[in-house]
Unconditional design. Structure first.
Length: 162
């Protein structure tokens, strides 16, 4: 049911990224091309890694998980950041999401990672309920910070003049 992604999966991963972005009401933000994903996942210096969930009966790709390593200065150890977890609507409830997360948790332990972290939108009640059923801790005291576009350019220009 779960396997490492290969270059042959790039088109399916891109399609599912777009499906996820549409579900998250941000389809216009999903601009990654197949070439960018191929380079990020399978280039000489991979930026991320992916697992694929397949239907046991048909072998069809029904989901994916895309992750990358992170580092904690507090623990001095690596961890895992799950960027995307997606199971196509028709396959939900079949155990694919749980299987993807379990495979990633196993990879964390085998790799000596002490943390496995990801974000979830505050309105995504089905995902939040699913994560609660797994015993996930929600860190409500932390806020996500993001700098893009004009704000990123403005701050970067301050470095050029300093």
């Amino acid at each position: 049911m779960i396997r490492a992604a290969t270059e042959d999966d790039v088109a399916a991963i891109r399609a599912m990224i777009r499906e996820l972005a549409d579900y998250e009401r941000a389809a216009e933000q999903a601009r990654a091309t197949e070439e960018q994903l191929r380079e990020a996942l399978f280039g000489p210096h991979p930026a991320a890694h992916a697992l694929i969930a397949e239907d046991d009966t048909t072998g069809a790709v029904v989901g994916y998980a895309l992750w990358f390593p992170r580092f904690s200065t507090w623990t001095g150890t690596r961890g895992m950041h799950l960027e995307d977890l997606y199971v196509r609507p028709h396959a939900r409830g079949g155990g694919h999401g749980r299987a993807l997360l379990a495979a990633l948790a196993g990879l964390c332990l085998r790799s000596g990672f002490e943390r496995f972290e990801w974000w979830v939108l505050d309105w995504n009640e089905p995902a939040i309920g699913f994560y609660k059923s797994l015993g996930v801790d929600f860190l409500d005291e932390w806020r996500i910070c993001r700098l893009t576009g004009e704000g990123l350019s403005a701050l970067a220009s301050a470095a050029d003049t300093a």
